[in-house]
Every structure is written in structure tokens, then in C-alpha cells.
Design a protein around this ligand. Structure first.
Ligand code: NDP
Length: 247
């Protein structure tokens, strides 16, 4: 319970990987703000799961691509909770398509949510964390940002962009005892990967040395390490949680 007294915000914390991260941070003692944009039902379900396990959580709706909504939301959280210690930039979307057919709007939406969203949310908490002289930021990238993938130029660009941003932010904020790291999951069993056709899934399993998809809890474990006491001397780093598919 080493996050007792700390407040965490998990963007896209309502489902999939974000839900597992929210549950894990709450189990470590943090008050967790579960962000969502379109499905309040899923966010309420995550909150109920946390409460059933004896934790404390609140839900908060905002679109990570919208700077005004973010400013309002983070001000509300800081006023309510009195502090914000941990930010996990997890919200993400895919709009796949081959380059020649990819619509400009698909590029814009993916970059706005997956990359600009993390910039806006981190900017919004940075002043609070600097005043506290303590903060932990974790950006959820992807193996695709390192290895690339046909049909995902928008997603690969956003996820690779997060890695450079993580390093620049880590350098800027280190003197205030704020660490900024990234976790790059491989293929994890969630709604996002449930959409894969069977053939693509079989091919994937052949490419993963550990021969199975990861679970949201595998990713949550890496985040827990980075924000907990054992992670205090890491900043600007990426933890790859991918069964060995990219080394
Ligand atoms: P899911 O599709 O299961 O969940 C996405 C979450 O993000 C939901 O909570 C959703 O909220 C939220 N969200 C989407 N858009 C916005 C937005 N504009 N503002 C706020 N919240 C938003 O995704 P996963 O759990 O699979 O993925 C989580 C993260 O992990 C993503 O960044 C993804 O790119 C990354 N990742 C996933 C991998 C995988 O194999 N699943 C592999 C590598 C990386 P709502 O339900 O309200 O719409």
C-alpha cells in the first residue's frame, strides 16, 4: 500500500489496460480518478470493482484531445483531491488503413488522442507536481512505435512520438523529483485486439517468443513498478511488455 495518500489520474481508465492500471494503483492505496470519454457505464463498473476491493475511486469524463476540457478537469481534480501525484497517459485509439488510402482525418484523430492528449494532460498536471516536488508520469506507448506496422502509420507515428516526448519531459522535470517513463506493450488481450481477424492473431502468436498475448495486468504491473518506490531512480525509460516480440 505504498501509494497511500497519493492521487492518480488514469486517462482511458475505464476499460482494457486502463482498467487494470486503475485497479492496481487503487490496490496500492492511491485515490484513482478514472477518465473516460464515451462510456460512463464502463467507468462506473471499474469504480465499483475498485470499491469492492476496498479501494477509493472517482470517475471523470473528458476528451484527452480537448485542451479546454482537460484544463477544467485537472483543476477540478486538484481542488477536490488537494494534489495530483500520478498521471498515466493511457487513452488511445486506432484508425487503421494503408497509407495510400488513409484519410487525413484518421491521421489527425489518432495523433490528437494518442500524442497530443498526453502532452496536454501532462502540461495540465505539471505545475501541481512541480509545486509538490513529487510526481510520476507514465506514457503508454506501443511495440508498434518501435517496430512499425503496415496499416498503422498514424498509430506508429503517435506511439513513437510519445517516446521522444517522454525523454524531453523527463529531462525538464527531473529536478523537481518528477519522473516520466513509458511502457510499450506488445499485443494485449483487450477490446482493441479482439477486433483482429483469426488469421492475423495466429500469425502474431508465431511472432511472440512467449507464444501468448499479454494481459492488461501484465502492463499494470510495469506501471506499478514505475510509480512505486522501486521505480524511483528510473526516468526517461521505456519498459517493453511484449512477450519478447520486439527486443
Ligand atoms: P481500449 O480500446 O480497450 O480502451 C481505450 C480507452 O481509452 C477507453 O477507456 C476509452 O474510453 C479511452 N479513450 C479513447 N479515446 C479517448 C479520448 N479521446 N479521451 C479520453 N479517453 C479516451 O484500449 P486498450 O486498453 O487496448 O489500450 C490502452 C492503451 O494501450 C492505448 O494507448 C493503446 O494504444 C495502448 N496499447 C494497447 C495494446 C493492445 O494490445 N491492446 C498494445 C500496445 C499499446 P471510452 O470507453 O469512454 O471511449
Amino acid at each position: 500500500m505504498n501509494l497511500q495518500g497519493k492521487t492518480a489520474v488514469v486517462t482511458g481508465g475505464s476499460r482494457g489496460i486502463g482498467r487494470a492500471i486503475s485497479l492496481r494503483l487503487a490496490a496500492m492505496g492511491a485515490l484513482v480518478y478514472i477518465n473516460y470519454v464515451s462510456r460512463p457505464d464502463a467507468a462506473e463498473e471499474t469504480k465499483a470493482l475498485i470499491e469492492a476491493a476496498g479501494g477509493v475511486a472517482r470517475t471523470i469524463a473528458f476528451d484527452v484531445a480537448d485542451g479546454i476540457q482537460i484544463q477544467d478537469a485537472f483543476k477540478r481534480i486538484a481542488d477536490e483531491a488537494g494534489r495530483i501525484d500520478i498521471l498515466v497517459n493511457n487513452a488511445g485509439i486506432t484508425r487503421d488503413g494503408l497509407l495510400a488510402r488513409m484519410k487525413e482525418s484518421d491521421w489527425d484523430q489518432v495523433l490528437a488522442t494518442n500524442l497530443k492528449g498526453a502532452f496536454l494532460c501532462t502540461k495540465a498536471v505539471s505545475k501541481t507536481m512541480m509545486k509538490q516536488r513529487w510526481g510520476r508520469v507514465v506514457n503508454i506507448s506501443s511495440v508498434i512505435g518501435f517496430a512499425g506496422n503496415a496499416g498503422q502509420v498514424n498509430y506508429a507515428a503517435a506511439k513513437a512520438g510519445l517516446i521522444g516526448m517522454t525523454k524531453a519531459m523527463a529531462r525538464e522535470l527531473a529536478s523537481r523529483n518528477i519522473t516520466v517513463n513509458s511502457v510499450a506493450p506488445g499485443y494485449i488481450q483487450t477490446d482493441m485486439t479482439d477486433a483482429l481477424p483469426d488469421e492475423a492473431r495466429d500469425q502474431l502468436l508465431r511472432d511472440i517468443p512467449l507464444a501468448c498475448l499479454g494481459t492488461p495486468e501484465d502492463v499494470a504491473g510495469a506501471v506499478a513498478f514505475l510509480v512505486g518506490e522501486d521505480g524511483r531512480y528510473l526516468t526517461g525509460q521505456t519498459l517493453h511488455v511484449n512477450g519478447g516480440m520486439y527486443m
